[in-house]
Design a protein around this ligand. Structure first.
Ligand code: FPP
Length: 244
């Protein structure tokens, strides 16, 4: 596939780990472990293709309300996974970011998140982000509060708040909006993920549960993206109209 037809920024809602495990009579965490190994393969593939940014929804603000043993197991998995994967990230010039209210993470997880962000700060290859303790509405409210505080201090004219100024206050300020969103497990909703950023994103839904998501599913999503015409609310470009 020509690089010009690839999305610049891919985001994924990795859904269905629990159901994948339950179908096999295993504990839900077993699905998360298999899911985490899919993440490693996906990062490799995205890096290999030269895609600019990859953002994965790993833990939502709502996920804090899951049973304490599942939350604890997910946090331990994250800690181990990041500790292991960051060597490969550094080898491959991958920059890591965490998007979300990460201050809610346990101290050891937060420490490894911050260390990985710090050590990869200068990396210019794939911009890889994990949405952790992330909620789209919470992100928008946080941005609104930050701007309101600056306005109240007299540092910002409310009339100057446009989309660009607002976007700069979002967790995604440095990575921008996804071009393609993939969601696994057959659910067709965005579930509070990047609500502002998905305004013009192309959506692609996959029936398989996340632990079964393969490189072939990924390539199919990329081919589907390449076949679409993005108009951003405008009319068809003249050149395409002539050949349609
Ligand atoms: C959704 O499946 C998945 C999650 C809530 C967590 C996603 C986590 C991973 C893929 C593994 C950890 C990631 C890293 C990078 C270490 P679900 O539990 O909601 O599945 P269900 O809808 O079938 O219950």
């Amino acid at each position: 596939m020509p690089a010009s037809e690839l999305p610049r920024h891919v985001s994924i809602i990795m859904d269905g780990n629990g159901r994948w495990a339950e179908c096999r009579g295993k504990p839900r965490i077993y699905g998360h472990i298999r899911g985490a190994s899919r993440v490693r393969e996906l990062i490799r593939e995205t890096h290999r293709l030269g895609i600019h940014a990859l953002t994965l929804y790993a833990f939502s603000t709502e996920n804090w309300s899951r049973p304490a043993d599942e939350v604890g197991a997910l946090m331990r998995l994250l800690l181990k996974w990041l500790g292991r994967e960051r060597r490969e990230m550094m080898r491959n010039n991958i920059r890591f970011r965490a998007l979300g209210s990460v201050e809610r993470l346990p101290a050891d997880v937060l420490a490894v998140v911050r260390e990985t962000e710090e050590m990869s700060r200068g990396n210019t290859g794939l911009q890889f982000s994990l949405a952790l303790s992330y909620g789209g509405r919470e992100e928008i409210l946080r941005a609104a509060r930050r701007l309101a505080r600056r306005a109240a201090r007299g540092e910002l004219d409310p009339a100057a708040i446009d989309q660009k100024v607002f976007s700069r206050e979002l967790y995604s300020a440095e990575i921008g909006d996804p071009d393609l969103l993939i969601r696994t497990s057959g659910e067709q909703r965005v579930s509070n993920f990047m609500l502002w950023q998905l305004a013009y994103t192309e959506l692609h839904f996959v029936e398989s549960f996340w632990p079964d998501f393969t490189a072939e599913h990924f390539r199919k999503a990329l081919r589907s993206y390449a076949s679409r015409e993005r108009r951003f609310g405008l009319v068809k470009p003249k050149a395409k109209e002539a050949t349609a």
